[in-house]
Every structure is written in structure tokens, then in C-alpha cells.
Design a protein around this ligand. Sequence first.
Ligand code: GL2
Length: 827
Amino acid sequence: MSDTPVSHPLALGPVAPPASTVDGFVQEFLNNLNFRQGVALSTSSDNDRYLALAETVRDYLMARWLEDQRRQHERQAKGVCYLSAEYLLGRQLDNNLLASGLNEIATEALASCGIDIDELRRLEVEPGLGNGGLGRLAACFVDSLATMSVPSIGYGIRYEFGIFRQTFVEGQQAEQPDQWLAMGSPWEFPHPEAAQTISFGGHTESYDDDGTQRTRWVPAWDVQAVPYNYMVPGYRNGRVNTLRLWSAEATNAFDLRTFNSGEYSEAVRAQTFASNISKVLYPEDSTPQGKELRLQQQYFFVAASIRDFLDRQLAEGFDLKNLPERVIFQLNDTHPVIAVPELMRVLVDERGLDWAEAWEITRQCFAYTCHTLLPEALEVWSVDLLGRLLPRHLEIIYRINEEFLLSVREQFGDDEMRIRNMSIIGEHPERSVRMAYLATVAGAKVNGVAELHSQLLRDKVLPDFAEFFPGKFTNVTNGVTPRRFLRLANPALSSLISDTIGSGWETDLDRLKELEPHAENPAFRAAFAEVKAHNKDRLRDELMLRDGLVVGEGHLLDVMVKRLHEYKRQMLQVLHIVTLYEGVQSGRVKASDITPRTFIFGAKAAPGYAMAKRIIHLINAVGSVVNNDPRVEGRLKVLFPPNYNVTLAERVIPAADLSEQISLAGKEASGTGNMKFALNGALTIGTDDGANVEIRELVGDDNFFLFGMTEPEVAALWAKGYRPSEFYQGNEDLRRAMDLIASGAFSGGDRSTFEPIVSNLLYDDRFMVLADYGSYLQAQRTVDAAYADQDAWTRSAILNVARCGFFSSDRSMRDYIERIWHTPPSL
Ligand code: GL2
């Protein structure tokens, strides 16, 4: 920055946004088309137009964004730094038009230029920088924080390739790279001048600092972390928060001397190596892979974020002892937990605080959210790898552990078993750092993501810690943003709601309660049913256009969309479908007696997860047989559009009648799809798992199809010894369905194709599909009966909407603020 005094009145700011009129919008749009894209309207491509439109929306938000950044820096109010390796954002244009209230103006403005805005909306490739629920939750949270004017920054990684694009080749999943940046990304602002240098490897050494023995880290190599800023507009409140995603680049672009001497690939080696760090999102969902590059990604983004916060967000001369009054770093799962030793390192080695002071600060500045119950999903890093990549951090972790175990001994005596169980360092199968334990020891609070999950976390996953740290454990039930998943995804229902209870529910979702009395009004029920029919038509058009798939007319729409995971039990639904089909093809059941249903699946499998990929293959195989067998008379359809993502979710969810939430009790931490469906008026068929429990409590048993074992029943059956083949023997429908799959009926007579699925269910069945099959089928029959009374069904659907306001992510944010962050909104 130069020291030349500012004299021009315009330069004194704040900057003025373009006029909020159709003319103002047209002017700005054409400016962008001409001056940024370098094209005339008459010669512009659709992509030029999309980019210019996005830039125009941005321009309207810019003044507020700059102002909010300035204000936050000036006020230094306590804020949240949300550290998350994933943000599954979904399309930005729609959301930003909605948030800024520019929808009508923009539509009219573009129409006056001869452009249909809806065609441009379709061009946006959504940034898929996340795997599933966890990443989408982070995106909902930053939306809510902006809407509630909470000072906050989301920090993460700008993956060059997000979650892979899924296609099916002969029914089997194939993965293509997700080139979301190929056509340019108008929503990001790179700031290479604010890059941070992030180091790796090397060794540590102690030295004498004026009589004090200190340690320093002598790293072996480093990379540049370049921030890319994204706007996060609040919903019509004029607030614009920041999402800052880091991209890795080489420190010295490349070695020109080596290049000149002809060793081209050697010369760009460092560049390649560095940019690999943010190259691609790991596509494993819930199960960590323990790869070195993954740890590099994690350290890379948290180190850059902490540095960014300390160097650029704090006022000059800020006393670090007051850090807990200024910030809370929320750890979204264990992925960012290496931030704990990093902050310690910065405070002790770089800022010269003594250990005890630094620890006092650190343990108040972090809080940890756990998102799983699967023991194999709790991340651990081998000491060997961590020590090689981050030698100083390993030393710090050892010391944190030493002091922690000392205090455990003080309280519990020399109970070696307990000490071993609580140690941050595990010994088997190899010496490793248990990141969830580190987060629990360091975090001011630890939360689960639904009531049941938080309780199991306390009682089963971390019981020793819960006893040692009373008061540290809490719950915050997940939520979803009503802006994207109701207002944007379901315009017809949104209009009906606003016409009935007025506007304002978008930011005060409890107001949906006011719909409840209208469930008794036949005219309202008719209008609600019409909305559902309209949404089904929209989905029918979309799936035809996108994939050439045909949704059955007048069918019950039964939807299961989520990652493919054995614990989520897509296989239960497959067995249900095969049971229905087996009845018809064997002639025992008349097709005309079956409730017409279209089953929709959407699911990606981690590329290395063989069983999940087999299940995808089976679903497609069942679909192609069932959909083409004339005996079925078109009454059953199985559709599996590939590449399920946020954009498709926005079309599928509002159209659904039935939401499948059928995980084995005790395995799904929360689920968030379950909330989106209920809010859009689908009835749930589900187990007592995750947030299903809370959904059922709120909507009432009459409006929810419950089935399956409870978590204690699951535990008891395990303890007793689970033999799935007994369930197979004991249930004729199940036997017939399994036998039909095993016979090769869905694999052209080849019995080997799906044999691994069948034998896994018969002899292992970790997630107790066979044990819950009978109860699931029974519940599905109840669904059929309930659906026969359309009016009663609609009434239940309305009550689902009216009673699920609790699941707004705004409420989740209020809970975080009250129970964990203590950060008031700053207007
Ligand atoms: C998950 C849980 O599996 C899911 O139940 C939960 O709703 C989300 C958000 O809290 O987190 N954990 C996880 O690793 N992924 C999830 O979706 N990927």
C-alpha cells in the first residue's frame, strides 16, 4: 500500500453498488460482458453470458462484502473460524441471486437482452469440494452464519478436482475427474500476495535463546498456500461473510537453470509436487485412508488458516493471551485436528510464550465436532509418518499426551488399562496418534451431531474421556439451510407457505408450525398435493433431459439418495424391490395388486470400496430387468441417475413421497438428507438412528414409518451372536429374493456376478440387513396402505413440514453459539 493521501471523494468509500433496477443490472451485465469477457452481446457464447451474469451478481454484493470485512477488522469482535476439509457448496449463482434479492431484476434484465436466465443457470458446474453430509453441513453452516450476522470465516481447501464425476458403464460405476474449474470460476478471488509459506519435513533442534532453552523446527521443504476468497452472502440481510479456500503452489515456480540445461521434468518437479497437495479431494466418505498426501492436505490448510487469522485478522499489537476472547476454531471432524499442535508450535516456538501459557490459550480456542460412530472412521496417523512430515508437531503431541496422562493418573491412580485406553498415542496395530483423542483433550467442548449420536459418543466411544472431563461433552443436532433446500429447491411449496403464513419463515423456520392447523383444511391439502405433483413433473422432465430416465406417472416416489455404504443399507431396499418383483415374475402376485412405485437411487461409492461398487452394479442390474419385464406392467421402476450431487438433490428431494433413512441403528451419526426430505413433505421410512429419532419425535409416530431394531437391540443381538443365515432360513420372502439374486436372474444367468453380495449377507452381514428385513418389509406394506389414502397421506406430509422447523441450520448455529462458541451476532 502506498502512503499517498486519499483525496478523491469517491475513493474515500464505501464503494457504491450498481443501481438495483433492471436498467442498472443491464448496464453492469453489459459492462462485464464487454470489459471482462471481451465480447459483444451479439457474439457472446452462453459461457460468456453465464460468467458476465455471475460477475454482475458479485458486483452487487461487493460493497457489502468489503464493508463487512472492514468492520470486522475494526471491531475485533469474537468470531468463529470454521475449519473444514470439505465444503460441498452446490451451485452459487442461484443461491447468490436469492440471497441478494436480485432474482426478478436479473431475470427481467436478461430477458430484455434476449437471454433466458434459466438456460444460464444450468451452465454452472457446482463446486463439489466435499463427499457428502459432512461437507454439505459445512456449507449449510456458513450460510446460516452469514444470515445470522455472526462474524466468521470458513477455511478449507480449494481442490482443483472435487468429488469425481460418476458414470455407469454396463451398470458399473466409472469415475471421471471433476473439472469444475475448466470453464472459469467467477465466484472466487485469488490473492497470491497474501500467500503463506507452509513447511514440511526436516528435523527439530534446541538452541539457547538468551539463557532459555528453546526448540525450533528446521523444515526440509515448503509450499505456498494461496488464498481464494468466496463470498458467503446472508439471506437478504446485506451481510457477506468470507469462505477462504487455500490452493497449493510451488515456492519457486521452477528452476530455470535446470530447465535450460535440458532437464525439463526435473525443473518443474517442485511445482508438480506442491500443486499435488490441493489437486484432488479424497473420495473416501467416513473411512479415512491414512495416506501421506492426506496428512499434507490437512496440515497445509490448517497451518495457512491459523497463520492467516493471527497475521491478518487480528489488530496490530493484539495480545495473544486474549486470543480465546477473540476466536474459536471449530474442528469439523478430525481432519483439521493437526491445528492443535500447530497453534502450540506457533505460540511457543514463534511467539515465545511458555508452554503452560500457550496450552491455556490453545485449550480454550478449539472445539471439536465428531461426525461418526464407526470405530474404523476415527482417524489415526502413524507416528512414523507424522514424525517424518511434521517432526515438531509430533514432539508437541507427545508432551500434550504426557501431561494429560499425568493428570489422569492423579485422578484415577495407576490404572494402567485406563491409561492405555486414554493415551493419545495408540500402540496397536502400530504406534499412532489418535486424532479424536487429541481433539477431545484439547477441545473446550466436544459435540456429537444428533442426540443419539452424542449419547453414544459419551457412553460408548469416549466413555473414559466423558468421565474425566465432565461438562465437556455436548450435543448439537445438525440442521440444513432452509434457503437452499426449501426456498430455492422448492419454489412451489415456498410460495404456498408464504401465501399461507406470510414470508419470514426462511429465517425463522419454527414459524412453519403455523402451517399445522391448515393440515385440516381440504383446500390447503389440495393445494399441497398439487405442489407435490408439480414437483414430480419437474423431476420427470429433469431426469428425461439429464439421463433419458422415465419416472412412472402416478407412482409413489420412493427415494434413497446418499453415499453408498454398507451401513446405510441400500441392500434392504434392493431386497424389497426384488421381493416385489419375485412375486410378480413367479406368478404368485398380480402386478395390478402392487402399488405403482418409482424407486430412485442416487449414490457414489468410494472408488476403492469394492462391495459398495458391487451393490451399485446390482441396483442397475435389478433396474434393467424389472423395468423391462412386461409382466410388471410398468408398475415398478428402478431409476439410478448417475452422479448424484447437490444440484440433483435440489430436484429430487421436493418431488419425493417417501424418504428412505434405513441405516442400522447406532451407525448413522445424524444424517441430514432425512431433514431435507421431511421439510419438503416426504414421509420417512426409517430406523431409530441418528436424527431420525428426533424427526420421529417431532412429527409423531403416525407420520413416520418406523421399523428395525433399536441400538440396544442391535448391541444385544451382537452380544448373543448374530447368525444371518437363520434369518434367511426363517423368512420365505427373504429366501426367495436372495435365491433369485443368486440364481443369476439379474446377471444374464451368471451366478458368480453377485455371489459376493449374497454370501456376505448370509455369512457376515455386519450391518444386519437380514435381521431387519422382515420388519422393513412390514413397514413398506404399511406405506402402501397409507399411500392408498391420498388425502390422509397429504395431511401427514403437511405435518412433517410444519413440525420440522427445528432442523434449520440456523437453530444449529444458535446451539453452537450458546453451548460452545459464545459469539454474539455483530450487526
Ligand atoms: C457424516 C455422518 O456420516 C452423517 O451421519 C452426518 O449427518 C454428517 C454430518 O454431521 O457427517 N460423517 C462423515 O464422515 N460423513 C458424514 O456425512 N461423510
